[in-house]
Design a protein around this ligand. Structure first.
Ligand code: LLP
Length: 422
C-alpha cells in the first residue's frame, strides 16, 4: 500500500521511498523554495472541479468557487479556466477574482457585513448576484444602486434553522448564528426587495456551515428553499436561483468526503418540478485535498514522557489544528518505519502551537521534511504574521514542473506598512 493511500491524501504519492506531488519530489521543492511552503497540485484541483460538476450534471446548476478557501491567483485562474464562477465575501476577494480574470457575471458576493464601498464595488463590477443578509443591507444596496444609476440582482440569504454536525465555529445554518434572515421572514423580505428601487431579487440562498459530512442537512435546507420558492412565486414574484452554498466536507483519515452523489440525487428530486438553476459555492471540497504544507524539522527532544518534534511551521502558518482541533495527517517526506510517537509543534510561543499531537512518525532528524495533508483549503488564507513571522511561500505543481505562485514574505515585507509613509 502506498503512503498516499495510508494518509488518504490525493496530493501526494510515494515513489522511491519518498513523497512526490505529481511528478515533482517534495524534497526538491523544500530545498529550492524553503519551508514553510504550501504545495498545490494543479491536476487535483482540475480533477476535483470536473468531478464536482459532473456529479451534478442532472441538475441545471452553476459552481461558484468560494475564494476564501484558497485565494491564490494561480488557483483562481486554474478554476476560472475550468468554467467555475467565484464566490467572494469582501472587496479584497472581488479584487482578486477580477485580477484572475473572472467576469462580473461570474461572481456572487456574500457576507453578513458588507460596507458601503463593498456594495458599490459589487455594483460597479456588475456582478451576477449580491447575496443580502438583512433588510437594512437591502436598503443600503438600494441607495448605492440609486447613486450609481444601476440595478442590483439580489439573492436573499435565509437562515434555514438547520443545525449541521460540524465544529460549532463553522455552523452557520441555525438560529443562534448571525447569518441570513429568519426563514419565517424570508418571503416578506423578498417581497420588500422587489419593491425597492434599484433592487431586482432573483434568488434565495443558504449556507449551513463548513466541513459537513452528512447529506441530510442539505436535504432539509433544500426542501425549505424549494418551499420558499413556491411561496414567493405565489406572490407573483420571479425567482430564478436557489444557492445552496458550500460546506461539503472531506474526511482527513480516509480521504472520503460527503456523499455528493446522495446530495445530487436529492437535488434532482427536490428541484424536479420547479424551474430553477441551482448554485453551489464549494471551497474546501475542491482544494483541500490538492494541497500540502511542507515543513522542516528544526529539533527533536524528549520532555518527560513526550517526544517533541519542533518544526519551522507554526500555528500562525496553519491555524486549523489549534483553532478547530482539526486533525491533519502528517507524513515524513522520506519514508521509514513509524517508530516514534511525537507531538509535531511549531516555534510560536504558545502551547496551542501545534500541527499534530501523538503522531506516529519515522525517527526524525534535524532538517527532515514533513508534509501536512489536506492543507489546500483554509491554510495560507488564514495565516498571520504573529511573532513577526513572514508568511509561507506557495507553489503550484503541474506535471513535472512547478512554480512559486506566492513568494515567501521577506523581513522588509513585515515592516513595509510601518515604514512606508507615502
Ligand atoms: N459560501 C459561504 C457563504 C461561506 O460562508 C463559505 C465558507 C463557503 C461558501 C465555502 O465553504 P466550504 O465549501 O469551503 O466549506 N475556516 C474554516 C472554514 C470556514 C468556512 C467559512 N465559510 C475551516 O478552516 O474549517
Amino acid at each position: 500500500m502506498s503512503r498516499s493511500e495510508l494518509s488518504g491524501s490525493e496530493a501526494t504519492l510515494v515513489r522511491d521511498g519518498e513523497l512526490w506531488c505529481e511528478d515533482v519530489r517534495l524534497a526538491e521543492i523544500g530545498d529550492a523554495v524553503g519551508t514553510p511552503c504550501y504545495v498545490y497540485s494543479e491536476h487535483i484541483i482540475r480533477s476535483r472541479f470536473t468531478s464536482f460538476a459532473s456529479t451534478f450534471k442532472d441538475v441545471d446548476h452553476r459552481v461558484f468557487y468560494s475564494v476564501k478557501a484558497n485565494h491564490n491567483l494561480a488557483v483562481l485562474e486554474t478554476l476560472r479556466g475550468l468554467g467555475a464562477g467565484a464566490d467572494v465575501v469582501s472587496v479584497g476577494e472581488l479584487h482578486r477574482a477580477k485580477l484572475a480574470g473572472f467576469a462580473g457575471s461570474d461572481i456572487v458576493f456574500g457576507g453578513v457585513g458588507k460596507r458601503n464601498d463593498e456594495l458599490e464595488a459589487a455594483l460597479a463590477a456588475e456582478i451576477f448576484l449580491v447575496n443580502v443578509e438583512s433588510e437594512s443591507e437591502l436598503c443600503r444596496l438600494s441607495e448605492a444602486a440609486a447613486r450609481q444609476g444601476t440595478v442590483a440582482r439580489v439573492g436573499i440569504r435565509v437562515n434555514p434553522g438547520v443545525e449541521a454536525s460540524t465544529h460549532s465555529y463553522t455552523q452557520t445554518g441555525h438560529y443562534g448564528t448571525k447569518f441570513g434572515v429568519a426563514r419565517e421572514d424570508a418571503v416578506d423580505v423578498y417581497a420588500r426587495a422587489a419593491e425597492l428601487s434599484g433592487i431586482e431579487p432573483r434568488g434565495i440562498n443558504a449556507h449551513i456551515g463548513s466541513q459537513i459530512l452528512q447529506p441530510e442537512p442539505y436535504q432539509q435546507t433544500l426542501q425549505l428553499l424549494v418551499d420558499l420558492v413556491r411561496d414567493i412565486r405565489r406572490r407573483r414574484l420571479q425567482v430564478d436561483y436557489i444557492d445552496i452554498g458550500g460546506g461539503f466536507g472531506i474526511r482527513h483519515d480516509t480521504g472520503a468526503g460527503i456523499d455528493l452523489d446522495a446530495v445530487a440525487h436529492m437535488a434532482v428530486e427536490a428541484c424536479s418540478d420547479i424551474d430553477v438553476v441551482l448554485l453551489f459555492e464549494p471551497g474546501r471540497w475542491l482544494v483541500a485535498p490538492a494541497g500540502i504544507l511542507l515543513t522542516r524539522v528544526l529539533y527533536t527532544k524528549q520532555l518527560g514522557d513526550r517526544v517533541y518534534c519542533v518544526t519551522d511551521t507554526g500555528s500562525n502558518d496553519f491555524m486549523r489544528p489549534s483553532y478547530y482541533s482539526a486533525h491533519h495527517p502528517i507524513e515524513a517526506v522520506r519514508d521509514g518505519p513509524r517508530e516514534v510517537t511525537a507531538d509535531v509543534v511549531g516555534p510560536v510561543c504558545e502551547t496551542g502551537d501545534f500541527l499534530g499531537r501523538d503522531r506516529k512518525l519515522p525517527k526524525l532528524g534535524e532538517g527532515d521534511l514533513l508534509a501536512v495533508m489536506y492543507a489546500g483549503a483554509y491554510g495560507l488564507v488564514m495565516s498571520s504574521n504573529y511573532n513577526s513571522r513572514p508568511r509561507a511561500a506557495e507553489v503550484l505543481v503541474a506535471g513535472s514542473s512547478y512554480r512559486v505562485v506566492r513568494r515567501r514574505e521577506s523581513l522588509d515585507d513585515l515592516v513595509a506598512l510601518e515604514r512606508d509613509n507615502a
